[in-house]
Design a protein around this ligand. Structure first.
Ligand code: ACO
Length: 423
């Protein structure tokens, strides 16, 4: 086994080197603290691996993304979301019987307890659907309190089936419409669209173009190894909190505009540019000015420093879907102008800032009739199998320990309490 050495105060510490199957190299510092008294410092975990994982492989430099070894391009083109979810969860593509059963279970469990519907009544109409989603998912634990040991696969199915229903109900709540029950004759994605857009007063036929687009969007978001929300799920799960609490925490982490909230932020940014007369160059200049506090939403990625393969697939699909739906969206034109100018600009080129998946997903969701404040919910729906696959992996890893990072203390050194009268 090869080692790496660290010299500290003249003493050399030999640290084991771990190699992944794709030749990723990691220095195992597990024993560094006990042997040397020192910790490592890596804010934002840029150079820190928190676990060994067999779910997803990313090579950010080469723009490679694979779920369980399968390239994202092949899955996006040939698979559907339910099959990809199974693949992420169980490591292999399902056979025909397994897939049939899994689809059946997701259909069978799609309703939520009738009492839970009352929860929706308690939220104000202006509630952000992400807040509703995380609260409702956490609440599921009150209905399914059984031990994870015997319940974990059942709870995984419940979550995949019910989060879709909760997401659609959150939307209906936000627009003041009655909730629509799922239909057992519809596929996973078609059922979601039905619950989102059907109304009791007229027939609603699900558009197959939308079903195809939704499957692809959800597949592209389904996992992304140790990103902020997945790490959050793993951190919460490491304390042995239940699966619903862990996933609810992941939903909250995803909400932020630097993560899953970026797709909403992209659309808001494009709308602002449009309403401001469409001068996208002004906004590129602002993004380059550090004092402006403005960033081009949908640009840049912690891992991809060449291109985001999901963005490449989505850019192509956005054009096709908008064409098929006959949507002529002025925001799409602003988006392609922004992309063009930023890709040629030294500031963005030097920092390797390219459009990420969220740059295009918002445009597609908008064309599909999904409102802006639901975009991050759509991301959560897509990312759910990834969170669950990591949760499963962590639970089955007997060597996994509670996450407990260290710190370098920079506060006040010891001092004596001063009574109020003397301050
Ligand atoms: N617009 C303008 N400048 C940017 C942008 C941007 N979108 N992103 C990064 N930069 C600049 C930074 O100011 C910094 O410049 P400096 O070196 O001169 O100080 C440099 O590029 C590196 O940026 P960091 O913030 O250090 O990169 P980090 O890896 O920490 O952040 C992140 C990655 C959060 C994605 C960032 O690029 C960003 O804020 N992008 C916009 C939000 C976004 O689209 N998020 C979605 C991410 S994808 C996802 O979650 C699915």
């Amino acid at each position: 086994m090869s080692t790496a050495s660290v010299t500290l105060n003249g003493k050399v510490y030999e640290l084991p080197v771990v190699r992944g199957v794709e030749n990723d190299i990691a220095i195992d510092i597990t024993k560094l603290l006990s042997e040397s008294g020192a910790i490592t410092l890596d804010p934002g975990f840029n150079s820190t691996g928190a676990c060994q994982s067999g779910v997803t492989y990313i090579d950010g430099g080469k723009g490679i993304l694979r779920y369980r070894g399968y390239p994202i391009e092949q899955l996006a083109e040939k698979s559907d979301f339910v099959e990809t979810a199974w693949l992420l969860l169980y490591g292999e593509l399902p056979n025909a019987e397994q897939l049939k059963q899994f689809r059946g279970q997701l259909t069978y469990h799609s309703m939520i307890h009738e009492d839970m519907k009352k929860f929706f009544e308690g939220f104000p109409p202006s509630a952000h659907p992400m807040a509703i989603l995380s609260a409702m998912v956490s609440s599921l634990s009150t209905y399914y309190p059984g031990s994870e040991d015997d319940q974990s696969d059942a709870n995984i199915v419940r979550l995949l089936a019910k989060v879709r229903t909760i997401a659609a109900y959150a939307f209906k709540k936000s627009i003041g419409q009655p909730t629509i029950y799922p239909r057992n004759d519809l596929s996973y994605c078609a059922n979601f669209l039905h619950m989102m857009f059907a109304v009791p007063t007229e027939a609603y036929a699900v558009n197959p173009v939308l079903v195809k687009a939704l499957n692809m969007l959800l597949i592209l978001h389904a996992d992304h190894e140790q990103n902020c929300s997945t790490s959050t799920v793993r951190i919460v799960a490491s304390s042995r909190a239940n699966i619903f609490a862990s996933i609810s925490a992941g939903i909250s982490a995803l909400w932020g505009p630097l993560h899953g909230g970026a797709n909403q932020a992209v659309l808001e940014m494009l709308q602002t540019i449009h309403d401001d007369g469409g001068d996208y160059r002004k906004y590129v200049a602002m993004a380059k000015d550090k004092n402006s506090g403005f960033r081009l939403m949908g640009f840049g990625h912690r891992v991809y420093k060449n291109f985001d393969p999901r963005a490449t697939i989505l850019r192509k699909m956005a054009g096709e879907v908008l064409n098929e739906l006959g949507v002529d969206d002025p925001l799409l034109e602003i988006a392609s102008n922004l992309e063009k100018i930023a890709l040629e600009d030294d500031y963005f080129v030097q920092r390797k800032l390219y459009p990420n998946v969220d740059f295009y997903s918002g445009i597609l969701y908008r064309a599909m009739g999904i409102p802006t404040n639901m975009f991050t919910v759509m991301f959560a729906l897509g990312r759910l199998p990834g969170w669950l696959a990591h949760w499963r992996e962590q639970q089955s890893d007997e060597s996994s320990r509670i996450y407990r990072p260290r710190q370098v203390y920079t506060g006040a050194t010891e001092r004596n309490y001063v009574p109020l009268a003397d301050r």
